[in-house]
Design a protein around this ligand. Structure first.
Ligand SMILES: C[S@@+](CC[C@H](N)C(=O)[O-])C[C@H]1O[C@@H](n2cnc3c(N)ncnc32)[C@H](O)[C@@H]1O
Length: 191
């Protein structure tokens, strides 16, 4: 479906928040996602991620969340991952200050279940994050981008998805509506 005629929805505006809240109210997708996390996430994701010891013998899982919003889905996934991995380092790339604040609040509320998870908050877009230099030999083991790649211009999307594949040694979970009332989940698995 060609949606290019639609006006751009500024993802930092309150109208965007209202639109996304309305979408969640009028579809059961959010509940379905929570159900999927509760019933299938461990079999599809957790069990397939390898435990790797770092130099001091600890097992730390490296996670990247892109456009994590208020973190409601990501936190449920982190809690499941936490049961297998002793410690998790989670980088959150989310351009909205308001949503980062909500995510931090949720982390505080669920702090017992998230004990051992550390967060690196980046209030920037994926495009900006890609420009930052960091040690790319330390790959992410789990990358999660749920409904967050819509604001990357169509002609650049391939480039950013390819970049995510290069940074990942594990699994990428991506959810992207296709406009045909369906959604696409892409996995990359490698050891
Ligand atoms: C539809 S919300 C999805 C939030 C969350 N992942 C979920 O499924 O509930 C899209 C999120 O992507 C963020 N976002 C928009 N453009 C982005 C970009 N270029 N890079 C990273 N995140 C972006 C928005 O701020 C927003 O929080």
């Amino acid at each position: 479906m060609d949606v290019s005629f639609l006006p751009q929805l500024d993802y930092l505006s309150s109208y965007y928040n209202e639109s996304f809240a309305s979408y969640k109210r009028h579809t059961n997708e959010y509940e379905k996602m929570l159900e999927w996390i509760s019933d299938r996430f461990d079999a599809e994701i957790t069990s397939k991620l390898l435990k790797k010891e770092n130099e001091d013998g600890n097992v730390t899982l490296s996670v990247l969340g892109i456009g994590s919003g208020d973190g409601k889905l990501d936190v449920e996934m982190l809690i499941r991952l936490k049961k297998k991995f002793g410690t998790i380092e989670c980088t959150v790339v989310e351009p909205s200050a308001e949503r980062i604040t909500s995510y931090k609040k949720l982390v505080q509320e669920r702090k017992d279940a998230l004990d051992g998870v550390t967060f690196d908050w980046r209030q920037i877009t994926l495009q900006e994050f890609c420009k930052i230099s960091f040690d790319r030999s330390n790959k992410f083991q789990f990358v999660c981008a749920m409904h967050s790649l819509y604001y990357i211009p169509k002609q650049e999307l391939d480039y950013y998805i390819k970049t995510l594949f290069e940074w990942t040694e594990g699994i990428i979970l991506m959810m992207h509506g296709t406009g045909r009332r369906d959604a696409l989940a892409v996995f990359k698995e490698s050891s």
